[in-house]
Write a protein that binds this ligand. Structure first.
Ligand SMILES: [Zn+2]
Length: 935
């Protein structure tokens, strides 16, 4: 007969549920952390420790967060939590960027919908609406970031619209004003005629645009090269409306040119028999074919340098455009497209401006802020530039200078907000000089002194800073920090007076930046200066200057933070945005970067690698993932991804993360169950730890080193992949499986069971700590399931110190061999089970054929225990022909044989000893346990 021994088996017991219920439980954890003052206690507890400051790049406060925000903030959270648990003081102050065009645009949109005229609204009212709009979205985004488990000083974040911040930004600009770095200049800037403002590079999108193209003759009127006499230089342009601003023509110095005489033309050609045209030799065919020239003779060849001192006539000469047009060398002239000659309008392009400046040409202000030609522009005054191509082409045809026309679809700059095409327009703007006070050199040196993760970021930022023009910091808008500068009405020079600047800063600190718009200038200028002599600048600052100054008002003044930051961490687009503006601001005012390291992450595409967009409907909303699966799943996705590249996300990837989560959760659950009732007294002495457990400790040692290396490199992907693999393969499918018998069936006092539970305890301490930065909710739940407490938290812990002597590389190498052999046995038994020859592996007692060195690896080990069989024979012999083998484990073969004996009614091992003792249905071990340990 067989007894019922179920109550004598020590099955795992835990309250920790298999089903996580994350969407409902996560908000409860967040509320608990608020209740126990987790953030405050972390700060108190880590006071005096080595600081780690990740300075938050402020998101823009104008809408719900999207998946990119989620990636960014979760990554920062994992970095901060990891550094905190490494024993540092990782104080993290989140912030928001509040000023600028996108918010202004939203408010204007409301006005347009309500039929209100923006210009009729007092500027302070308008600014108040912008402020309220930003304040609203700060609260919304704060809730959304907290919901993702992001920990930080949410009760006291920074914003760029705080009065203190606005005052600090004014003061920072004041430093550039006082040291001469800030200057007022005429410069072509990328201009939106719809928004009536200059745009920053970051506000520009490139989209396809269809342009009218023209080939235009510029007659030679004087030259040192006799071959050019009576010829016309041919230019090609995609913006005919810029021709009224033309003041020069550029050629390529190293390029070859030809003078050709036209001998035959198509019927509708605008070219004339006998006329002489000058074009680049490489572009001759294209040009003649565009002009409908069917016959020509090459008169002579010239090199670029032969054009020196050649003067052309403007194609509209005789219609008010009677000035000389010099031929000048231009580095930007190429043989890719056009004619090898580029018309130069200094007010309508960056290169044009530079060429004009070097040649001492004027930069005419031909186009107003609304895109309309100024009154002084002959033929086109009062016309909008976007409607000027036709009239310009007609006028060219009229003067006989038009050689050909066409259309071209090409990539053209557009406003990212209004989607309207942009123009280059010469305007008076405020600039921070890259050369004054050696700013460019300082910035390049600071880049060399900064660590970049990944390292490619250094060259990217370096290349941008090397070639970038002066920083245009003025915007003709209303919602921002003012350019608090007075200009002398007579000289046009800005007033550089530290006392005036200090008065402005004090006023802004007390009353906010609005004061600049409302206060009587005398309040700042008197008594030293006569207010009547000065004009107040009405422009506001580029918002990149605001956020570029955050180091100055968030980090530097606070003893608990401090500058430079250890890390700036943003998407790779911030090389041209925040990383750069912060660098230039800090180098200009402090001579060094505001950061020690810069980390960039990629962008997020959908599962097939396409860009996410509303119109494609392929965006993954973080709020939806949190509501449906839990924020933990997003966090797992972040640490499971290689964020140095672009990332992918979508329903399939989320499902995969849910599976991964379940495996990690089950590992924790198993540990909790197996550790039921474990107390310190049960802990085994190190000498009593069997090899199997020592192997587990060695793996913990390896993972600990990997964690610390990954934290140093900010490469969490590597660590969490290894950790997941450890849980799924090393623990669940190997260690836990083998030790089930000892844990369930050994006597509580058995050294083997005590050693196993000792190691499970180490595992629990390590895994809950290591998972805490990523799975912040689940690690907390597991920790408190084992150690219930009113106010404790896993997040108050530091990572366990893993003893050096857990490392045992020789043992690990031997166990690799043992596990190889075990895989062959497991494979053989799977076949037996599939063929229904055995029910469980305990019914088998395989014969294992293996080489002598593999046999030696089993020295001192109980092979049957490792195989989870009731017996095993290890034979240092070549395997028989019918043995089961695995291709990747050569020379090892397994012949599955049934175990001899009777099945123990308690542990189910099949042993010959069963039946020898009392009770008769148990093995010796189980009989002893049942007799000695009444349960
Ligand atoms: Zn037994």
């Amino acid at each position: 007969m067989s007894g019922d021994y179920r109550s004598t088996v020590f099955l795992p017991r835990t309250e920790f549920p298999m089903k996580a219920g994350l969407p409902a439980r996560e908000p409860e954890w967040i509320a608990r952390w608020d209740r126990i003052g987790l953030w405050r206690r972390l700060r108190e507890q880590s006071r005096g420790r080595e600081k780690f400051i990740l300075h938050d790049g402020p998101p823009y406060a104008n809408g719900n967060i999207h998946i990119g925000h989620a990636l960014n903030k979760i990554l920062k959270d994992v970095v901060n939590r990891t550094q905190q648990m490494l024993g540092r003081d990782a104080n993290y102050v989140p912030g928001w960027d509040c000023h600028g065009l996108p918010i202004e645009w939203k408010i204007e949109e409301r006005y347009r919908e309500a039929g209100k005229d923006k210009d009729a609204v007092p500027v302070l009212d308008f600014r108040a609406e912008c402020r309220a709009f930003a304040a609203h979205w700060i609260e919304v985004q704060k809730g959304e970031f907290k919901r993702l488990g992001v920990l930080g000083d949410w009760d006291a974040p920074y914003t760029t619209m705080d009065h203190g911040a606005e005052a600090a930004i004014v003061a920072e600009l004041g430093k550039f004003l006082l040291d001469g770095g800030l200057y007022k200049g005429m410069k072509p800037v990328l201009w939106s005629v719809v928004e009536k403002t200059a745009l920053a590079e970051a506000e520009v999108e490139y989209e396809d645009h269809t342009s009218t193209t023209v080939w235009v003759r510029f007659p030679v009127i004087s030259t040192a090269a006799p071959e050019l006499e009576a010829a016309s230089v041919v230019i090609w342009t995609t913006t005919p409306w810029t021709l009224p601003g033309n003041r020069a023509v550029a050629y390529g110095e190293g390029m070859d040119y030809v003078v050709v005489q036209v001998t035959a033309t198509d019927a509708d050609s605008l070219a004339r028999d006998g006329e002489r045209l000058v074009v680049a030799e490489a572009l001759l065919g294209d040009t003649l074919s565009a002009a409908g020239v069917t016959g020509h003779e090459v008169r002579c060849r010239l090199e670029g340098r032969d054009f020196a001192r050649t003067v052309l006539a403007h194609p509209l000469r005789g219609r008010g455009y009677d000035f000389d047009v010099p031929l000048l060398p231009g580095h930007h002239v190429t043989e890719d497209q056009g004619t090898g000659f580029v018309h130069i309008a200094p007010g309508h392009g960056a290169e044009d401006f530079e060429i004009g400046r070097r040649a001492g040409l004027e930069t005419p202000e031909t186009v107003g802020p609304d895109g309309v030609f100024a009154d002084h522009v002959p033929l086109f005054a009062g016309r909008h530039v976007f409607e000027a191509d036709g009239p310009v082409v007609e006028a060219l045809a009229d003067t006989g200078r038009l050689l050909a026309r066409g259309r071209l679809v090409h990539s053209y700059p557009h406003s990212w907000r209004s989607k309207a095409p942009l123009i280059f327009r010469a305007t008076p703007q405020w600039f921070i000089s890259m050369e004054a006070n050696g700013l460019r050199d300082k910035a390049l040196a600071a880049i060399d002194a900064t660590r970049f993760v990944p390292p490619q970021g250094r060259n990217r930022l370096r290349a941008m800073v090397e070639t970038r023009p002066d920083w245009c910091v003025s915007r003709q808008r209303a919602w921002g920090v003012p350019i608090a500068v007075f200009v002398d009405k007579e000289t046009g020079e800005p007033l550089r007076d530290a006392a005036v600047m200090a008065r402005v800063v004090e006023a802004v600190k007390a009353e906010g930046a609005d004061v600049w718009f409302t206060a009587d200038p005398a309040r700042f200028l008197a008594p030293e200066h006569d207010p009547a002599r000065f004009e107040k600048v009405a422009d506001i600052l580029d918002v990149w200057f605001d956020s570029g100054s955050t180091h100055a008002f968030v980090l530097e003044p606070r003893a608990d933070l401090g500058a430079p930051a250890d890390l700036y961490l943003e998407g790779s687009d911030q090389h041209r945005g925040w990383f750069q503006s912060s660098l230039l601001e800090a180098c200009g005012t402090r001579g060094a970067a505001p950061y020690r390291a810069v980390l960039t992450h990629g962008f997020i595409n959908d599962e097939s690698g396409r860009k996410m967009s509303k119109s494609l409907g392929n965006a993954t909303a973080p709020q939806e993932v949190a509501d449906e699966h839990g924020a933990e799943i997003l966090r797992l996705w972040v640490v499971g991804s290689d964020y140095t590249e672009d990332l992918r996300v979508g329903p399939e990837i989320i499902r995969y993360q849910v599976d991964t989560y379940r495996r990690l959760r089950n590992t924790l659950r198993y540990l909790l169950g197996a550790l039921d009732g474990f107390a310190a007294a049960e802990r085994a002495a190190p000498a009593a730890i069997p090899e199997l457990e020592r192997w587990v400790l060695h793996r913990l040692f390896e993972l600990d080193r990997l964690l610390r290396r990954s934290a140093e490199d900010c490469d969490f992907h590597r660590f969490y992949s290894a950790l997941h693999n450890f849980c799924a393969v090393d623990l669940s499918a190997f260690y836990f499986d083998i030790r089930k018998d000892a844990l369930y069936c050994d006597a509580p006092a058995s050294p083997r069971r005590r050693a196993a539970r000792t190691v499970l305890d180490h595992l629990f301490h390590c895994l809950t700590a290591w998972l805490a930065p990523a799975l912040c909710f689940t690690a907390e739940e597991a920790w408190l399931a084992r150690f219930p407490s009113e106010d404790d938290s896993v997040h108050l812990r530091t990572f366990p110190e893993v003893p050096e002597d857990w490392e045992d590389a020789a043992l690990a190498r031997r166990w690799e061999r043992v596990r190889d052999v075990r895989r062959v046995v497991t494979g053989a038994l799977e076949v037996e089970r599939a063929e229904k020859r055995i029910g469980s592996s305990l019914q088998a007692s395989p014969a294992v054929y293996l080489p002598a060195e593999a046999l030696a690896a089993f020295d001192g080990l109980d092979a049957a225990e490792l195989f989870i069989t009731s017996g095993a024979r290890l034979l240092a012999e070549a395997p028989p022909a019918d043995a089961f083998t695995l291709a990747d484990v050569p020379e090892v073969g397994v012949v599955p044989e049934p175990a001899r004996g009777t099945k123990c009614a308690r542990c189910w091992r099949v042993l010959e000893e069963v039946g020898a003792g009392d009770p008769g249905d148990l093995c010796g071990r189980c009989a002893e346990v049942v007799a000695g340990e009444p349960v």
